[in-house]
Design a binder for this molecule. Structure first.
Ligand SMILES: [Ca+2]
Length: 503
């Protein structure tokens, strides 16, 4: 009973209009043709509705996305990576049912920057996130320190992008992208959070106030609540609870385990599973068993709820194993966490999406965790143009994984921390050091980086060196920097795990 006024407002119809229509309808001369008219209109409407529903059938529900993220794991320390010591049956199954990347990289060899790249799909140095944000270790001239070191609020995260597409989003576990409130996950595109803001913490609940508030478990925003039990199991339980609560609509779970970062803490039951191992290696095996069990719990929940087929699951790890700290094994790669040898930046990396991707496949071309954001967006229904328009360094991997493209996803990849840097193009990798001339390796032939070919290919060295410089000219300066002493620490650590390093 409303009509549109001349300025777009709606006015109530007058009673005389209503009366006129009523008398018209009740006159026999009017109601017979009006039945025909109504019938015709109904049929036309029916036809339109049917046609529209055929043409624009409601889009298939976008996939759920589950990102299982490990911390500081060794390249070799999973069954699917060839380990005979460690037992990871659930992740091995994920590998068998999905795609394993044999050259999967992260964008940094340490926790914070690697996560900043992962979350934004951009080289984190573009926004000044060059160095690990570890309060207490920073240079006094850093522009930011403590909880003020974090992912700049102007940057959009995976959570922001997926939430805008209608996803329910959650983070469980380690954030490490800033301790100040403005960096909090609930302000960075995530609907739910149970975890800790910092870079590490105990696996068992704190009975006393920890020295660093960023180690406290927090539910939602500002509600600090220690867990009960072993954290790796608890994080999986939390993720499963979220999945069950939101099974009816697309969800994105970022399950960021602190496993297997130090401190070395395992349950007695898990330790008992490895009587043949000793010391830290035994502790790491037990912590990895728990990590695998936790991932298995999430995978089982997806299966039980009938969500397995249309859920894109990724498992990867934030940086190479720090073998000196947690006894992780990066073989056959040289190097460790915090350097640019393959052992620092190449990680175990799996993706499974039964509805859209092949199973039991190894994908051999270099990919990087920066690719996950555009890949998730494409899976969620974003068009190529839409993704192309975003300021991303990652690439949508779906066409490559579905066999629609057989070229390499990346012409070139870069890594940088201070003077130290690396560039990968085709089979070649150039590494720039602060204390020795740059070296060139053929990564396809020599993944262990034992044969420096810089002398044999001087033109290639020049070309890659210059490309690296051109990339560096696009970057922001570091917002914070570690004390200089850690530069020496990182170089010494690299050489200790590199047969041709300076000992
Ligand atoms: Ca890490």
């Amino acid at each position: 009973m409303f009509r549109v006024g001349e300025f777009g407002y709606r006015f109530p119809e007058t009673s005389s209009d209503t009366f006129r229509r009523w008398t018209e309808r009740t006159s026999p001369a009017n109601w017979i043709p009006s039945i025909v008219k109504t019938l015709r209109a109904t049929l036309t409407a029916l036809f339109i509705v049917t046609a529209v529903s055929i043409i624009a059938a409601p889009a298939k529900r976008p996939p759920n996305i589950v990102l299982l993220f490990a911390d500081d794991a060794g390249y070799a320390d999973f069954g699917f990576q060839g380990s005979r010591e460690f037992r990871t049956p659930h992740l091995d199954r994920l590998a068998a049912e999905g795609i394993r990347f044999s050259q999967g990289y992260v964008s940094a060899s340490v926790c914070g920057p690697s996560r900043a790249g992962l979350m934004t799909g951009r080289y984190q140095q573009r926004f000044g996130y060059h160095e690990n944000n570890v309060p207490g270790y920073m240079s006094e001239v850093s522009a930011a320190d403590g909880p003020e070191m974090g992912l700049p609020v102007e940057e959009k995260t995976m959570g922001d992008y997926l939430k805008a597409r209608g996803y329910r989003t959650a983070v469980f576990g380690k954030w490490h992208l800033g301790g100040a409130d403005r960096f909090h996950p609930l302000r960075r595109g995530f609907d739910e959070f149970y975890g800790f803001r910092g870079g590490d913490r105990d696996y068992f609940p704190f009975r006393n106030e920890p020295s660093d508030a960023m180690r406290k478990m927090e539910r939602g925003f500002g509600q600090f609540e220690e867990h009960e039990g072993y954290l790796t199991d608890v994080l999986a339980e939390e993720a499963c609870g979220f999945i069950e609560r939101h099974a009816d609509r697309p969800f994105f779970v970022y399950l960021a385990f602190n496993a297997v970062h130090t401190p070395m803490q395992a349950t007695p039951e898990d330790l008992e599973q490895f009587p043949e191992l000793t010391g830290k290696r035994r502790e790491l095996a037990a912590m990895t068993l728990a990590l695998d069990r936790a991932c298995g719990r999430v995978l089982d929940t997806l299966e039980r709820l009938g969500l397995e087929e249309n859920t894109l699951v990724v498992f990867t790890n934030d940086n190479g194993g720090p073998s000196d700290k947690n006894a992780s094994d990066n073989s056959p790669l040289s190097g460790t966490k915090s350097n640019h040898l393959e052992g620092g930046i190449r990680v175990p990396y799996l993706v499974r999406w039964p509805a859209q991707l092949p199973a039991g496949v190894v994908y051999d071309k270099p990919v990087i965790t920066l690719d996950l954001l555009p890949t998730f967006l494409a899976a969620a229904g974003a068009g190529a143009d839409e993704i192309e328009a975003l300021p991303l360094d990652g690439v949508n991997l779906l066409p490559y994984l579905q066999g629609k493209r057989d070229d390499a996803p990346h012409d070139i990849l870069f890594w940088k921390k201070g003077v130290r840097a690396a560039v990968r193009s085709g089979q070649w990798k150039l590494i720039r050091f602060p204390d020795r001339p740059a070296m060139l390796f053929d990564i396809e032939q020599d993944p262990s980086e034992l044969h420096d070919l810089a002398g044999a290919h001087p033109d290639l060295v020049k070309e890659l060196f210059y490309k690296l410089y051109q990339w560096e000219m696009q970057l922001e300066r570091p917002r914070w920097m570690l004390k200089t002493q850690f530069e020496k620490y990182d170089i010494d650590r690299m050489d200790a795990y590199w047969p041709i390093g300076r000992k």
